[in-house]
Design a protein around this ligand. Structure first.
Ligand code: PLP
Length: 458
């Protein structure tokens, strides 16, 4: 390996990072004692660190780099846009060509009944927009008392006030007295961890009916919306039983509430469809999007809006007092357009559905035979391994929850593969351009990592 630490002096960068940088979702004191990993370059599915080590990016950054790292075409599009119009806003009756082109493109890619988009800069901002938009919609429809939004425990919708509140991460709620009032949480469709002795099918129906129970308990006249990820990502790649979404759809059809499908991870090909809503045949009223929209090259998010919601927030007239300085930023819109162009030209969605998705899934299923693995699951190119102390017994958990996951994650990194640990679940979500050879290597490294973790536990 080529040592490049003379160009990127690891020790000096670590010291400055520790002195001045507060990291997101980190115990910064602990991190500073260990020192950060310093990623200096990236290309395709490969990262390079400041000591010249190459590591496979099995998480596509943070579930977002669909087209792989280092695509010059996106950098060129952004450069060109910045030279032409680096910034202008979309407030006060103005617009600009890249944001118009992107809105039109998204309307074409989204389900047929979704033809409009509100732009922001991240998934969290998208969900803050959702929070305000659903309440505004019902007020416009003459039902201002419809305010409550139902989310799910262990769902993730971002880390702003509204995002944290809509999500169901108890550790996040514990900091700062959240959720804000007007949010109610129901159980998640996590059969492996919470299904007891029910079959996945029966559990899927039972847990879907928690939505019906919650609506009845709160009163349909007070419920504004239900928000859910098609597959929960940050919660541990929770793939619902097959019966879950059909039963939720049945309930939503009978109740007059909005449905928000959070597509921040599932959107843009991750499941082998443009949106998770296509994969599960959902008909959402709103879809928060971000991440894969620009493959993370520049920060951009949005909320796709159905014709039903547009009737309330547009056709009825009146101003929606909401927006961000960077709503529809021209350079970010140009990055997103170039990204989507690559995805279409290289048929990445079809590739995940028909080729690399099934190919990696086969490898992944084989890891399910490992003595440390209770379940291996994957849809498209997003998957999880449940690490268990007793194979074949879903009720047994490791004594110190999360420790084995952390050990496994660190071994994986040492072996040259970024996997994420969510408690004792190992997560993978690689770029959609992963080659067959890279998929072979990913699976072999994951297997080696499991073997070494297992050996360390003995
Ligand atoms: N929604 C979902 C489903 C996510 O997974 C995330 C981030 O992981 C968000 C929202 C928040 O996105 P951001 O981190 O861009 O604010």
């Amino acid at each position: 390996m080529t040592a490049v630490s003379n160009i990127y002096p690891t020790a000096a960068l670590r010291a400055a990072d520790a002195a001045h940088h507060i990291h997101p979702f980190s115990d910064t004191k602990e991190l500073n004692a260990e020192g950060s990993r310093i990623i200096t370059q990236a290309d395709g599915v490969w990262l390079t660190d400041s000591d010249g080590n190459r590591i496979m990016d099995g998480m596509a950054g943070l579930w977002c780099v669909q087209v792989g790292h280092g695509r010059k075409e996106i950098a060129d599009a952004v450069h060109k846009q910045m030279c032409e119009l680096s910034y202008y806003n979309t407030f006060f009756k103005t617009t600009h060509p890249p944001v118009v082109a992107l809105a039109e493109k998204l309307a074409q890619l989204a389900p047929d009944h979704m033809n409009r988009v509100f732009f922001c800069s991240s998934g969290s901002e998208a969900n803050d927009t959702v929070f305000r938009m659903v309440r505004h919609y019902w007020a416009q429809m003459g039902k201002p008392e419809k305010q409550v939004i139902i989310g799910r425990w262990n769902g993730y919708h971002g880390s702003t006030l509204a995002g944290t509140s809509l999500g169901g991460m108890k550790a996040m709620h514990g900091q700062g007295n959240l959720p804000v009032p007007g949010v109610h949480h129901i159980d998640q469709p996590y059969w492996f961890g919470e299904g007891g002795d029910m079959s996945p099918e029966d559990f899927g129906i039972a847990v879907a009916r928690k939505l019906e129970e919650a609506i009845d308990q709160i009163g349909e006249d007070k419920v504004a919306a239900f928000i859910a990820e098609p597959i929960q990502g940050a919660g541990g790649v929770i793939i619902p039983p097959e019966t879950y979404w059909p039963e939720v759809k049945r309930i939503l059809k009978e109740r007059d509430i909005l449905f928000v499908a959070d597509e921040v991870i599932c959107g843009f090909g991750r499941l082998g469809s443009w949106f998770g809503s296509d994969y599960y045949d959902l008909k959402p009223d709103l879809m928060p999007i971000a991440k894969g929209l620009s493959s993370g090259y520049l920060p951009i998010g949005g909320v796709m809006v159905s014709d039903r919601v547009a009737e309330g927030i547009i056709d009825k007239g009146g101003e929606f007092y909401h927006g961000y300085t960077y709503s529809g930023h021209p350079a970010c819109a140009a990055a997103a357009l170039a990204n989507l162009e690559i995805m279409e030209r290289e048929k990445l969605v079809e590739r995940v559905r028909d080729d690399i998705g099934p190919y990696l899934q086969k490898h992944w299923q084989a890891l399910g035979d490992h003595p440390l693995v209770g379940e291996a699951r994957m849809v498209g190119l997003v998957g999880a391994l449940e690490l268990v102390p007793v194979k074949g017994d879903r009720t047994k958990k490791f004594a110190d929850e999360g420790t084995v996951g952390t050990i496994c994650r660190d071994i994986s990194f040492k072996n040259g593969l970024v996997m994420r640990a969510v408690s004792d679940r190992m997560i993978i979500s690689p770029p959609l351009v992963l080659s067959h050879e890279e998929a072979d290597l990913l699976a072999a490294t994951a297997k080696k990592t499991l073997d070494e973790t297992y050996a360390e536990l003995k």
